[in-house]
Ligand binder design. Structure first.
Ligand code: ZN
Length: 82
């Protein structure tokens, strides 16, 4: 049975898309930001209002890097996922 969710996604009005984006940001903030969130949405977490939270969140690697820092371990992770 076809899923209406995936079938309609490309024709979603942009207002719905924005609501989904806001929801995703709120969810990420609540469960704790990860480098993947930053990579997926740098417009908000680096260049936007989300930066305050990203700056306050350690990336989890040794060295005391924050999510806004360019942590060598995070960079290495991203290379392997590519
Ligand atoms: Zn890191």
């Amino acid at each position: 049975m076809p899923s209406p969710m995936s079938a309609d996604r490309s024709s979603w009005p942009s207002r719905t898309h924005e609501a989904v984006t806001r929801m995703r940001r709120r969810h990420a903030a609540r469960r704790g930001l990860t480098p993947a969130d930053i990579a997926a949405d740098p417009e908000y977490w680096i260049a936007g209002p989300g930066r305050v939270l990203a700056e306050a969140t350690p990336c989890g690697h040794p060295g005391g890097y924050r999510l806004t820092d360019s942590c060598p371990a995070c960079d290495a992770d991203e290379e392997t996922h590519r």
